[in-house]
Every structure is written in C-alpha cells, then in structure tokens.
Design a binder for this molecule. Structure first.
Ligand code: 9D3
Length: 270
C-alpha cells in the first residue's frame, strides 16, 4: 500500500512513521509512507496556501490550487490505480474499525490535513472521495487524526502484525470489549488474581472471560450490543448481574452495606 499525506507540517509525521509497527511495516516493504508539503504547489509568488473567504467573515480558507497540484503530483490522472483521497475535517464521517478495514483493501491512500482554516468547497466537490473525523472533540489540525487513521489501517495489512490472527480478534471486530488480563505476581499489594485464572480449568477460564467481556460491554459500551442478539446463556448472566446490582443498591439505600463506597466491584458500575 502507498500512503501520501498532504500537510503544511510534515515534521509532525517523522516520529510516528519511523516508530515500532509502522517503521517495521515500511522496512518490510508492506507500506510506503510519504509526506508532501502542499505549500510547494502554491501558484503565487508568496507561496500562500490560504486566503480570505468570499462573502466576508473571519478565518482563512485553504485555496484549491496547492491541494489539487499536490494530489495530481502524487496521483497522475493516467495512473493505473486511482487513490482514495481522504479529507481530514471535523465535519467528516466518524472514523470506525469498519472504515479502517475498507481503507486497508485499497492500493493507494492520499490524506489531506488542514489547520484551523476551512477548505475551499471545490476541493470537497471535485477532488475528495472521503471526509473523515476521528471524533467529537476539537484539535488544532488534521495531522493527528491522519496519523490515527494510518496507524489503524496499516496494522491491518497482511504481514504487518506478527500474529496474523490478532487483527481479527480485536474487540471492535468481535463486537465485545476485552476481558480483564492478569500476570505475575499472584498477589500485588493486597490485590489477588481471580482464583479461576489459577485453576488450570480451561472451560471455567473461558466462561469467566466471556462473562467479563459481556459484562464490561453492557456496563461501558451498551451501544456496541445494539445490533447483536444475546444468547440464552448471556441473557441469564445479564439477569443475574442485574439482580446483584439491585441488591447492592438496596443495601446502600438501607445504609447497611458493610464495606461502604468501595464495596461494590468497580465493574458493577453506577
Ligand atoms: C469554527 C469551527 N471549527 C470546526 C469545529 C473550526 C475548526 C477547528 C479545528 C476547523 C478545524 C480544526 C482542526 N481539526 C481538524 O482538522 C480535524 C479534526 C478534529 O478537530 N477533531 C476530530 N477529527 C478531526 S479530523 C480533522
């Protein structure tokens, strides 16, 4: 896969592109990553990339010429494969694992990153194929979001992760959050590893992990379960946890909970 990033701040990408998984993917030739400073494609003598908005108002707008020029340099019109051209912007489609999987199937991706300025609408209308946001919070530019998307896409490419299976067993692919993990020592400070994990009873371990995954998902991210039917077993577990939670609430209301605010396991939620 080939990835080009159009940005006024190419130095922001150096560390991320060189480090750990992305660096190794590059060394193995599984991905080529390049930044392009689209100021180099400005068509005026002061190399400006933005200008005041027609119609007035504050802020600046990124001009079309530098962006079109940079995209046409990395993706000539006669190239065999035409890239996905991805505009990073707060108004974009919310990025997701499904989108990462979709982009991982492409040969060539081009990311366009801006700062505070808006984009001339003709960039959206006549150049861009996708608009992406990474979530509802305000950042100073599209560079960090582009790095997030690139990281999540590249790790899905065949050969990038040591274990070819790890990408498909991710929680966002299975639809459930991960169960809790423990390692040595069996007792740290006063806190012990759950007995079942030490038992060597694989059937019980597996059941406990499936319970913890489901319970965490119900408590923290019920939205992930929206399009998924619970099995008979899972419904029974859920009913049991709801009963336990109701009993705990009752004890707290009566003021008779023995161990106070810390008594209920954190996992039990509000
Ligand atoms: C005045 C309206 N603002 C839009 C919410 C202007 C504005 C603020 C910040 C325009 C761009 C930015 C910089 N952010 C991005 O370019 C960006 C972003 C983000 O801020 N959050 C989540 N995903 C993304 S993708 C690109």
């Amino acid at each position: 896969m080939k990835i080009d990033v159009l940005t006024l701040f190419p130095e922001m990408f150096a560390g991320v592109f060189a480090s750990s998984i992305l660096g190794k993917a590059r060394e193995k030739g599984l991905v080529s990553l390049h930044t392009v400073n689209f100021r180099d494609y400005s068509t005026n003598k002061h190399h400006t990339v933005d200008d005041a908005p027609y119609g007035g108002g504050g802020g600046m707008v990124l001009k079309p010429e530098p962006i079109f020029g940079a995209v046409e340099a990395v993706a000539p019109a006669d190239a065999a494969v035409q890239p996905r051209i991805i505009l990073m912007c707060p108004q974009g489609e919310p990025f997701s694992q499904a989108k990462a999987e979709e982009l991982a199937a492409e040969e060539h991706l081009v990311f366009i990153c801006g700062h505070y300025e808006g984009y001339d609408e003709r960039i959206r209308e006549h150049l861009v194929t996708d608009e992406l946001s990474i979530g509802d919070y305000v950042l100073t530019g599209g560079e960090l979001p582009a790095m997030v998307v690139i990281d999540s896409v590249v790790r899905l490419l065949p050969g990038v992760l040591g274990n070819e299976l790890s990408a498909v067993t991710d929680s966002f692919s299975t639809g459930l959050l991960e169960y809790p993990h423990y390692t040595r020592p069996v007792k740290f400070r006063d806190w012990e590893v759950p007995e079942v994990l030490l038992s060597g009873h694989h059937v019980n371990v597996d059941k406990w992990r499936r319970q913890m995954s489901l319970r965490r998902t119900l408590e923290r991210r019920p939205d992930l379960l929206a399009g998924r039917e619970l099995s008979k077993e899972e419904r029974l577990w859920q009913e049991e946890w709801q009963r336990e939670q109701a009993e705990r609430r009752e004890r707290v209301a009566q003021g008779s909970d023995q161990d106070g605010a810390a008594g209920a396991p954190r996992e039990a939620g509000s």
